[in-house]
Structures are given as structure tokens and as C-alpha cells.
Design a protein around this ligand. Structure first.
Ligand SMILES: Nc1ncnc2c1ncn2[C@@H]1O[C@H](COP(=O)(O)OP(=O)(O)OP(=O)(O)O)[C@@H](O)[C@H]1O
Ligand SMILES: [Mg+2]
Length: 300
């Protein structure tokens, strides 16, 4: 399975979530993170990886062709043991490697596709902030699932109505995840016409461990097995995994509806939006509007 994680604006935690999803992907899958951010990679510096192997060496090797094992030969390991293909921190180098790796949807991307098509393998690609000119776009287009991360504040959400239809053209199966505080999941669903899959909690400690922040490399109580971020990642990963291979006897999930052209968010900062529950019933002020907002994300 090939999954891309991306944002449209800001730094909502794409790299952190990519690592969290891989760390909490349900067994017995073999998850792998590929940093494909055209702005340059962060993981190498965060956890002091060697400059090679990584995205640059993978792109060079892929020019000569490659099999399903090629990607694995260009991985290093994060402190928790997770394999990662790290991107160079320099944006020019990262863009050049991506251009070589994914010149078009049917070209060099074959090595990622080949790895992801192996049974039980999940390749999670951090595509960074994506726009129509991104060299990571061929990867996004080739993915089985695309996860769009957005903070839930008005200024971040304001970009979505214009950009969501574009993402729907890139992927038939895009998923929206909100991050942190802001508008409720129900409100965003109502205004955008797109139900978010869940909400990633603000969890500085959980994120710091995944980012390899100095003095936080312990994968103990703040590690992905225990942190709120890790629990949310597990729910999202479980949902995404189910979408790939629905258990026998369960109906195939409905394919994501095309994201419609929607009007700009009507809600105004400072003016509380009308609280609407997930079944569209108005609730009294102060009452919970959507359980997903209370639980730090829920994947269904
Ligand atoms: N859920 C979260 N809660 C709190 N802090 C977070 C969360 N996710 C990420 N962070 C923090 O936010 C910062 C940015 O995270 P990250 O690098 O994952 O964002 P990004 O979207 O990949 O950014 P960029 O666009 O620069 O690549 C990091 O310091 C990270 O620890
Ligand atoms: Mg990033």
C-alpha cells in the first residue's frame, strides 16, 4: 500500500504524522517512511542519520531500474527501529532527487510502487507542502490513499475550499485530517462538505519523541505506544489499512465522494460558529459537538 501525507499550508505536522502512522501501523505489516518533501528533509538532522543512503542514493539507483527490494536498500533506521528513506535537508538536492525518482507517474516511481505492492508492505510518503508544481506530485497521484493535514484554525481552513477540488483530481481517495484546536470536526464537515477522518491532537511531548528532540529520545510514556498522538495515529492507520483490504464479509467502504467546490468558510474568527453535532442536530453551547473532537481523533 502506498500512502502520501501532505499539507497545503503551514507546518501542521506532516513529517511527524508520517512517522507516527508507520510506528503505529497495525501488525503484521512492514511500514516504511519515505521523506519526499521538496523543501528538504528533516528526519536526518533530527535523529542524526548519515547523509547516505537515502532519497538521493535511491533516485540514482532507480535510474538503472530496480526491484521491490531497492527502496529497502536505501533505508536507515529511526531510534525506534523504523526504516526510513531520508531526504537531504537541502531543498535543491531534494527536488533534484524527486525529479529523478518521479519524472512522471509511470516512470521512475516504479520503485516505490514495486515496494508498496509487496504483500504486507506499507510505504508512507511524506510529500510535504504540495502545490501543482511540486516534484512530489507524481507520487501523490500514484498513491492508494492521500492524507491531507490541516490545522483547524480559520486562516488554515480558508485555503481548503479552493484547493480541495484540485486534490480530488490528484487522488480518488483523499482523506482530510484536522490538527489541533480550532473549528470543530462537525463544523468543518458542514462548511466544506467533506467529513474529516479525525483530529490529530496537539501533543508536544508525543511529537517531540517522534521528532527525535534531544533528551526526548526515550520511547517510554511519551512514545508512540502511549502518547495521545500515537493513539490517534493508530486509529488512523487502522482505518487506512482497513480501506486497503476490508475484512471478508464486511462491505467495501464507500469510495470517497469527489470533494465538491464549496463556498468559503462562513464562520468568522471570534464569532463562535453554530455548534452542530455529527448528525446535524444543533446542540446547546458548551456541549460536545462531535466525539472526535473530544477524543483527539477517531478514524471512523
Ligand atoms: N500533533 C502535534 N502536536 C504538537 N506538536 C506537533 C504535532 N505534530 C508536530 N508537532 C511539532 O510541530 C513541528 C513541526 O512538525 P513537522 O516537522 O512534523 O511539521 P511539517 O508539517 O512536516 O513541517 P514542514 O512543512 O516544515 O515539513 C515540530 O516541532 C513538531 O514537534
Ligand atoms: Mg515535514
Amino acid at each position: 500500500m502506498l500512502i502520501s501525507i501532505l499539507s497545503l499550508k503551514g507546518s501542521p505536522g506532516v513529517t511527524t504524522l508520517a512517522v507516527a502512522l508507520a510506528a503505529r501501523w497495525p501488525a503484521p505489516a512492514r511500514p516504511l517512511v519515505v521523506e519526499a518533501d521538496p523543501s528538504g528533509g528533516d528526519l536526518g538532522l533530527r535523529v542524526s542519520l548519515s547523509s547516505t543512503p537515502g532519497l538521493v542514493s535511491l533516485a540514482a539507483a532507480a535510474r538503472r531500474g530496480g526491484d521491490a527490494d531497492l527502496v529497502w536498500r536505501h533505508t536507515q533506521h529511526l531510534p525506534g527501529g523504523l526504516p526510513v528513506v531520508s531526504a537531504p535537508p537541502d531543498a535543491d538536492q531534494a527536488r533534484a532527487a524527486l525529479a529523478a525518482l518521479a519524472p512522471d507517474p509511470t516512470g521512475g516511481l516504479g520503485v516505490l510502487r514495486a515496494a508498496a505492492d509487496r504483500p504486507g508492505v506499507v510505504v508512507i510518503v511524506d510529500c510535504g507542502r504540495v502545490d501543482p508544481g511540486s516534484p512530489a506530485l507524481p507520487i501523490v497521484r500514484a498513491c492508494d490513499a492521500v492524507v491531507l493535514l490541516s490545522r483547524a484554525r480559520a486562516d488554515d481552513l480558508a485555503h481548503l475550499p479552493r484547493r480541495l477540488p484540485t486534490i480530488a483530481r490528484w487522488s480518488p481517495n483523499p482523506v482530510l485530517l484536522l490538527v489541533g484546536e480550532g473549528y470543530s470536526t462537525a463544523e468543518v464537515a458542514r462548511e466544506l462538505g467533506v467529513p474529516p477522518l479525525g483530529r490529530v491532537p496537539d501533543d508536544p511531548n508525543g511529537a517531540a519523541v517522534l521528532c527525535g528532540r534531544p533528551n526526548t529520545l526515550r520511547w517510554g510514556r511519551s512514545g508512540p505506544s502511549h502518547s495521545a498522538l500515537g493513539r490517534c495515529a493508530h486509529r488512523v492507520a487502522t482505518e487506512l489499512a482497513t480501506r486497503e483490504h476490508p475484512p471478508a464479509g464486511r462491505p467495501q467502504p464507500r469510495p470517497a465522494e469527489p470533494m465538491p467546490q464549496v463556498p468559503i468558510l462562513r464562520a468568522v474568527p471570534g464569532v463562535p460558529p453554530g455548534a452542530v453535532s455529527s448528525n446535524d442536530v444543533r446542540v446547546a453551547p458548551g456541549q460536545a459537538t462531535d466525539p472526535r473532537d473530544q477524543q483527539g481523533g477517531q478514524a471512523s
